[in-house]
Design a protein around this ligand. Sequence first.
Ligand code: AKG
Length: 258
Amino acid sequence: MTTPIPECNVPECNEDPAKFQELGYCVFRNRLSAEEVARYSQDLNEKIAHDQFEGEPHYYFQLWRKLCCHPQVLDAVRAILGPELILFHSSVFVKQPLDEKRVEWHQDNPYWTAVRGTDVVTAWVALDDVDEENSCMKVIAGSHQGHNVMEMKKIKDMTGAMLSSKVEISPNTESEAVPIVMKAGDVSIHDSFVLHGSDPNMSNRRRAGYTIRYGNALTTEINTEQHTGGEDLALPVYYVCGSGQGLQKTYQDLRAAL
Ligand SMILES: O=C(O)CCC(=O)C(=O)O
């Protein structure tokens, strides 16, 4: 059981891209149509049922690569990072009803050892309505400022833990966490240094999000030889948007492919 956050302390979700620098996150509403949400949700269910869903769905499945290049998703990312964009990772975070899986407080940056730069974000595409009841993601607004990597501690009780380490924060800081409440089809964007996490899903509703990791192609350096997904998968870096200025020889150009 988590401590309920008193209603008056629940901060509102930021929907203003101009406040991203200060807060480290922003929500964009209605980016996918109901038909698109239904299509991806069905595909997700089928792949889970056949045990086909691995990490990096954009690498394995054209349908999911297409979502990474969805004009409304890219439009949101452009509002934060500018016009030159690369895509380097993606994954799904699914918690079934009454699912004890939890994501401890963490920053994304330390997990991506081949990636250097501070203009790097995650777009979290909501495939279900998500709120505090079904364990929406929460962020500590402003915790990305200074772009410092925080100390991580090994998680002792791994029951339900989706990560192996966490950043410890005070109950006071935790009480200021912003729940990213969204409807299916909304997209939130968070900075790779902002603290975020989520609780177990104690509701009877599924909660699924597709996380797509983008960088500004002009300022993000990726060591393509060390860039892998999972064990040994040499993962391409995709150039998804721009005039060609940020396209490097080692990148795959996806602009016209989909
Ligand atoms: O979906 C979640 O609860 C966590 C997602 C996450 O950690 C991430 O997008 O980096």
